[in-house]
Design a protein around this ligand. Structure first.
Ligand code: FAD
Length: 491
């Protein structure tokens, strides 16, 4: 039995700790904040319960595979509801499109948008399905030690055939000329912290998941999902220490032998860092023990940060569904103001989640729980006045677009941006999603699960392969534990 210390109780830490405890090890998770879930924390305020981070449950297969390891059926265990519509898109010319859980209705929408649109969507989703199959049959559930592990002959051949390595936008544009059709397929790259013009086409597998497998809501939202994994970890014997920040990983020779917090020291045979990778490397380790030093991080394309608003409204808003997008015709300017000339976007696209449309527990009766998310560049200046005036700007747009005047009906309001990401999660440059998924930051090019300097130090979370997102973070920890088993360090 090994003594294992996990730093951070995000999805990465929760999943790794549960899997390792199931193998019979003594696992302690140390978390700086007051609750499990990391980015998927819960904010409770005056009868409202806000999911502070993720809100989309997609890729159900990934979660099923994890819960199966504990003998649970994800669909029953999480009381999953399939959303219909999956989401609603408000365009700036006034058109509103619902993407349905019934794919036949989506074919009709694309037929309306563009000549032969249904057939084009069918063909495009077939390519996405092939990308998905390649991903599941080799790309996702593995580690990469060299560039040749990634660019294998079959990967290169399939990749060239399916345009997996060229940019996402080009792949969509090949099929669709209509800008709305393009946007309906490209928004998903924001999930990867990127821009349709810098994310590789291979990630179109997400559109296959979206249209063929749908979007779900677990009981209690995405924090509810984290709570379920936390319960499993507890049942398997994991010990949790909350409100305790790790300040140092002590290394002697090439071994991390203890983890220091504000309160005490924890002895460890093995250490797993789930805290922001940059923080774990550059703040918790002495420079000589860092695999990735400051100059590595300075060169990386960081993913988006977000301007978030948790809003309680004292009336119902019938024009919204659970997930709502607001798209401008020209959205390249918004992406440029994130990745090329970082600044607060002057005409942003945004997302509004309204979970109270289907969950009575997240808002007092007759009221609505709103979560506004605007993708913005990392590391922007973020003062009280900037974030407040930016929210007013978004609210004006929301009111104009929906015709719902809510300004005077807001009873709860909390804003969360860069400096909160930094202070609450130690997030590098205040990013919400870590490193963007450009081609050169995919798979073998992401930071490794294992330190090359400290023999018993490991990493898991959104920075590792397969990357950003809840299902991918769950997979990252599954990969890690399998690798540790293969390496023999758990014996
Ligand atoms: C606003 C937002 C919306 C999102 N929407 C979606 C979505 O809809 N669907 C989806 O799949 N994904 C979404 N994501 C992405 C997803 O939430 C993340 O990729 C995932 O939760 C990352 O998990 P993690 O375990 O890697 O990191 P984290 O959740 O950041 O966990 C790391 C933990 O380490 C702790 N920690 C940091 N420093 C220390 C220290 N020194 N000592 C102890 N503990 C420390 C932190 O407090 C944190 O709890 C969203 C993210 C954000 C921010």
């Amino acid at each position: 039995m090994k003594e294992i210390v996990v730093i951070g109780a995000g999805y990465g830490g929760l999943v790794a700790s549960a899997l390792l405890a199931k193998e019979g090890h003594k696992v302690t998770v140390i978390e700086k904040n007051e609750q499990p879930g990391g980015k998927a924390s819960l904010l409770k305020k005056e009868g409202f319960q806000f999911d502070m981070g993720p809100s989309w449950y997609m890729w159900p297969q990934a979660f099923e595979k994890f819960f199966e390891e504990f003998g649970e059926d994800a669909s029953d265990y999480l009381e999953l509801k399939r959303l219909d519509p999956s989401y609603r898109v408000f365009f700036d010319d006034g058109e509103i499109i619902d993407i349905s859980s019934d794919i036949e209705k989506n074919y009709e929408i694309f037929d309306r948008l563009e000549e032969n649109g249904a057939e084009k969507l069918r063909q495009y989703l077939e390519v996405c399905k092939k990308q998905y199959d390649i991903a599941m049959n080799g790309f996702v559930y593995r580690t990469y030690n060299s560039i040749f592990d990634f660019f294998t002959p079959s990967m290169v051949a399939n990749g060239l055939r399916l345009k997996a390595f060229s940019n996402y936008h080009k792949g969509v544009k090949k099929y669709f000329k209509n800008h709305k059709a393009q946007k309906l397929l490209e928004w998903i790259t924001v999930f990867l912290g990127g821009d349709p013009r810098n994310v590789p086409g291979m990630y179109c597998m997400m559109s296959y998941l979206d249209h063929h497998h749908g979007i779900y809501y677990p009981k209690g939202g995405m924090n509810g999902l984290a709570q379920k994994i936390y319960e499993i970890a507890l049942e398997n014997g994991v010990k949790f220490k909350f409100n305790e920040a790790v300040t140092k990983i002590n290394v002697e020779g090439k071994l991390a032998n203890n983890v220091v917090t504000e309160n005490r020291e924890y002895l460890a045979d093995l250490v797993i860092n789930n805290a922001d990778y940059h923080h774990g490397e550059t703040q918790l380790l002495e420079e000589k023990n860092q695999t990735y030093k400051s100059n590595y991080w300075n060169k990386k394309t960081m993913a988006i940060s977000m301007h978030l608003a948790y809003i309680g409204v004292n009336r119902k808003i019938d024009s919204l569904t659970h997930h709502n997008y607001f798209f401008n015709e020209d959205w390249n300017n918004h992406f440029d103001q994130i990745f090329k000339t970082p600044q607060w976007p002057d005409n942003p696209n945004f997302y509004v989640c309204c979970p109270s449309r289907i969950d009575n527990n997240v808002a007092p009766e007759g009221m609505e729980n709103l979560f506004f998310l605007v993708p913005v560049a990392s590391d922007l200046e973020d003062s009280d006045s900037i974030r407040e005036s930016y929210f007013d700007k978004i609210l004006d747009k929301f009111e104009n677009w929906t015709g719902e005047k809510i300004k005077n009906d807001i009873v709860v309001k909390s804003l969360f941006t860069h400096r909160d990401f930094k202070s609450r999660y130690n997030a590098y440059k205040g990013t919400g999603l870590g490193m963007a998924h450009t081609l050169w930051q995919t798979a073998v090019f992401r930071p490794k699960h294992k330190s090359s300097k400290v023999k018993n130090l490991y990493y898991t979370g959104q920075y590792n392969h397969p990357g950003v997102g809840v299902p991918t973070t769950v997979i990252s920890s599954q990969i890690l534990v399998n690798e540790m088993k293969k390496e023999g360090v758990l014996a």
